[in-house]
Design a protein around this ligand. Structure first.
Ligand code: G6P
Length: 589
């Protein structure tokens, strides 16, 4: 995790670095720092907490004149979020920022201490600074080259050398781009951080080092110059605006109909643009967090309607377990960022075993997009709120379409109405989202509780998992998702007077069973909230969405739970876009 930005150019870097860090805050926000450099000195300012604290501190200090700087927002891995542990770190001639984890940091630190280095923080990053410093005589590239040969793990580095007016960078398994401006150049963990200045960038591969001035970017690998392709992003500068919404989370939920239409359009015009899954005997869906829960929607539909064997696995488990592959296994990786460390490792494991990989991914330049065999891109655009909403909907949406196509290819369904209903989905979803008053009403009933349950069966259980996670993430209310029929085997002992239980009912064939489970918890005092595609007279609190093909029903239900989570968090005054302890792009194990 952590976010990096660096600048060299015609302007003073303060605003550029601070605004850039704000765009990168989704990557971590427990402390932050900047280093500004001119030919006389390096000025470092650090602060604990959000970027706004750092900004305040910088406003109070007198800053040196400078055209070169690096900055960092941290999500602590090694050492507590203190000023000492915040980046930039400085040792000798070197000042640097780092994103990633240096796995052999302890070993290197011991060695360097024997050599007389004194460390001031608990971070692995300081070890990188010390190593580069050790090898620095007069050639920065040579020093970085020697240092990275000794470092195991992942890193994106932004490095300043005391007697150089250039910015240096290198990366391995952590995202970083070099942005190309006019009389100014940048480094950043994500193009969003510099989109106000340029949409042109280059991507560094492992072992490549960039030497950057305001007018030039020279990339070398093992001292040989490499010609890099200049890429362009079509991200709009205003994609980062809240557009009048109080929070990015709300803005992004409200964007769901538009991005769904954009993502579905080519496939609804021609379903055959989607990959053929019929040639596989089994599918492993591997992902983390909400992306994994989107996978559960896919597996439920693929098994139910396309008669396809699917296992859904958490990537952090999958990467280390003894996976039994069949020659006809397909591994589907789902990732908004395309940079989640565990999902990348799972993809590489499948590839090492010569297993086909298909990625469902949002960021087109990401590691997963580049290394997987096949890709389906969702068109979510930048998602800034830490808790995913629109990207999850698109992941679940694409899997639903894939399930339908596979069922059709296998001649298990023959209902062209499904495509027509998929075309109606954005409009229906907009209607569902526009009923914000209904969600606020439910939120007011439950926001002061400290425990909740979400129950459902089959696909409704998959929906429950995401509803429960969203609530936990943004409102800090303890919540659990349970298979409705399993509750009575122990967990029902936790049901007490007034405890909210959300019951999801969309699966026609099994709805009566879930209703019996609702009665069981009601009779023990639970306050039930039924979320369904039909009304139930005897239920007091309910949310009803339009009935649509079972392939797409979850796409109308989950957004209601996202909005309830949002309203609950707002009533509890939570920091909705940046919940405590979380980060959006989890690039560490
Ligand atoms: C983090 C985010 C989640 C996200 C998960 C996977 O935990 O907070 O919202 O679902 O990572 O991220 P990915 O980028 O791989 O979809």
């Amino acid at each position: 995790m952590c976010g990096i930005i660096g600048y060299v150019g015609k302007s003073s870097p303060k605003e550029i670095l601070i605004e850039g860090l704000k765009s990168l805050e989704y990557r971590g926000y427990d402390s932050a720092g900047v280093a500004l450099k001119n030919d006389k000195e390096v000025q470092i300012i650090k602060s604990v907490g959000k970027i706004s604290n750092l900004e305040e501190k910088m406003n109070k200090e007198s800053l040196i004149d400078s055209n070169l700087g690096i900055a960092h927002t941290r999500w602590a891995t090694h050492g507590k979020p203190t000023e000492e542990n915040a980046h930039p770190h400085q040792i000798g001639n070197i000042t640097l920022v780092h994103n990633g984890i240096i796995e052999n940091a302890d070993e290197l630190r011991k060695q360097l201490m024997v050599e007389g280095i004194i460390f001031n923080s608990d971070t692995d990053t300081e070890v990188a600074a010390a190593l580069i410093n050790k090898y620095y005589e007069s050639n920065p590239i040579e020093a970085i080259n020697k240092a990275i040969k000794e470092i195991n793990g992942s890193y994106a580095l932004g490095v300043l050398f005391k007697d150089s007016d250039k910015l240096y960078t290198t990366r391995k398994d952590s995202p970083l781009i070099v942005g190309i401006g006019e009389e100014e150049n940048f480094i950043a963990s994500d193009i969003a951080a510099i989109i106000n200045y340029t949409n042109k960038y280059i991507l560094l591969e492992e072992g490549e080092i960039a030497e950057i001035t305001k007018d030039s970017i020279t990339v070398t690998k093992n001292n040989k110059e490499i010609k890099k392709e200049i890429l362009t992003t079509n991200m709009e500068a205003d994609a980062k605006d809240k557009c009048g919404y109080d929070h990015y989370m709300l803005k992004e939920i409200m964007e769901e109909p538009i991005v769904l239409e954009k993502t579905f359009k080519p496939y609804l015009d021609n379903l055959n643009l989607l990959p053929d899954l019929t040639k596989y005997e089994e599918i492993h869906i591997v992902a983390c967090g909400s992306a994994m829960y989107a996978g559960l929607i896919g597996s439920s539909l693929l098994e139910e309607y396309a008669n396809t064997k699917v296992d859904v696995e958490v990537a952090s488990e999958y990467r280390y377990k003894n996976v039994i592959y069949n020659r006809k296994t397909l591994v589907i990786l789902i990732s908004q960022s395309g940079e989640t460390a565990d999902t990348i490792a799972a993809m590489r494991k499948a590839k090492e075993n010569n297993i086909d990989t298909l990625a469902i991914v949002n960021v087109k330049t990401s590691t997963i997009a580049r290394e997987s065999d096949q890709q389906i891109f969702i068109e979510a655009g930048p998602e800034i709120a830490v808790a995913t909403t629109k990207a999850y909907i698109l992941q679940a949406g694409i899997l639903s379409l894939l399930a339908y196509k596979t069922a059709k290819d296998k001649k298990l369904v023959n209902d062209d109405k499904v495509v027509e209903e998929a075309k109606m989905l954005p409009r229906l979803l907009k209607e569902v989202l526009d009923r914000r008053e209904d969600y606020l009403k439910i939120a007011k009933e439950i926001y002061n509780k400290e425990d909740m349950f979400f129950i459902g069966r089959k696909i409704d259980y998959a929906i429950s998992m995401e509803g429960s996670l969203k609530l936990k993430e943004v409102s800090y209310i303890h919540s659990e998702a349970y298979q409705a029929g399993e509750l009575k085997h122990g967990t029902i002992s936790l049901i007490e007077e007034g405890l909210p239980v959300f019951a999801i009912i969309t699966d026609e064939a099994i709805k009566d069973k879930t209703i019996s489970n609702i009665e069981e918890v009601k009779s023990r005092g639970a306050k039930t909230i039924v979320v369904s595609n039909e009304e139930y007279e005897e239920q007091t609190l309910q949310i009803t969405v339009p009935k649509i093909s079972p392939f797409f029903q979850s796409i109308l239900i989950v957004p209601t739970l996202q909005l309830i989570a949002y309203e609950v968090a707002k009533l509890r005054n939570c920091d909705i876009d940046k919940p405590k302890n979380l980060a959006k792009s989890v690039t560490v194990e």
